[in-house]
Design a protein around this ligand. Structure first.
Ligand SMILES: [Mg+2]
Length: 306
């Protein structure tokens, strides 16, 4: 979908806390990449929250909101533009940049601003709504939800993406299996899991590892991925099945969800959604197919998606 440059009113939301590099240099590089276009900038801060910033940008007439930050910033902007006419762009400057990788977006400032400048394709990403919030890549309970608790900001800065691997090892030590009752598009299932992820993106921290086959951000559905079992050995077993792409292995179970996922766990447990703790179970997620419009390159830069 090509839009004339004169019709584009771009607002870049910069998160100075994510990843590496000074926010001011970052802004200069972005300004260079988007020169000639109508662009406004906001720096996020404690006082300048993401939601309020995007809302006022939209009210002021912006029709493209660019998230310059990590996955938290991208997810927050996605939530703010979901269901509106506004389009999201991504300049990935975080540590993991999961969403950008999943969408096949380039990871440098120069290339990602070029993708935004060219606006060759608009991809419609599905979203998962819970109450008035919505999420775009993964909502997890169990083992996955614990990982970030085991990694500090300092370790993230020092070790980059390897810090998540270290956190996984630590989290394995206090793994607690959950009895889960889920209702997926009206069908009830009960099982023991070490981890359960509702996924709109298959990407994991380490490429080319994927949660499973057929998980796409733009296919109008999400996937419930259950790592079944009751403890460390089972978890490692289903983890190995995932690593070797043995998705039919006994420890893994996949369910398509097109409308709604309702989760109850025994005991109640914390929920991590798009990298952030959002509360405790029970949880209801409503699927919103194609709710978030994202600027994408004509063809994905990498071939992560199957
Ligand atoms: Mg999807």
């Amino acid at each position: 979908m090509l839009t004339a440059d004169r019709d584009r009113r771009i607002h870049v939301v910069l998160n100075p806390c994510s990843g590496i590099g000074s926010a001011l240099y970052l802004k200069e590089d972005i300004m260079a990449g988007l020169s000639g276009l109508d662009v406004h900038y906001s720096f996020l801060s404690k006082e300048n929250g993401l939601r309020a910033t995007v809302r006022s940008a939209l009210e002021a007439g912006a029709n493209e909101i660019i998230a310059a930050g990590g996955d938290g910033t991208v997810s927050g902007v996605a939530q703010a533009v979901a269901g509106t006419d506004a389009v999201m762009g991504i300049i990935p400057t975080g540590t993991a940049n999961m969403v950008a990788r999943e969408l096949g977006l380039p990871l440098s400032i120069a290339s990602s601003t070029r993708v935004i400048r060219e606006r060759a394709r608009i991809m419609r990403m599905d979203a998962m709504a819970s109450g008035d919030r919505c999420f775009i890549y993964q909502v997890a309970v169990g083992m996955g939800a614990d990982v970030n608790r085991h990694v500090s900001r300092a370790e993230k800065k020092l070790l980059g993406r390897s810090s998540y691997l270290m956190a996984m090892v630590r989290a394995l030590n206090d793994l607690r299996p959950l009895r889960v009752r889920c209702r997926i598009d009206g069908r009830e299932t009960e099982m023991w899991v070490n981890q359960l992820i509702v996924a709109n993106a298959g990407i994991l921290g380490i490429s080319p590892l994927r949660l499973g086959p057929g998980i796409r951000p733009d296919d109008g559905k999400v996937e419930v991925v259950a790592m079944q079992g009751k403890g460390r050995l089972d978890y490692i077993g289903s983890g190995m099945d995932m690593v070797f792409g043995n998705y039919l292995g006994p420890g893994l179970k996949y369910f398509d969800a097109r409308r709604e996922v309702v989760l109850e766990t025994e005991p109640p447990t914390v929920i991590k959604a798009d990298g952030e703790f959002i509360g405790r179970t029970p949880l209801t997620l409503r699927v919103r197919p194609g709710a978030v419009k994202v600027i994408a390159p004509a063809r994905p830069m990498s071939s992560i998606l199957p």
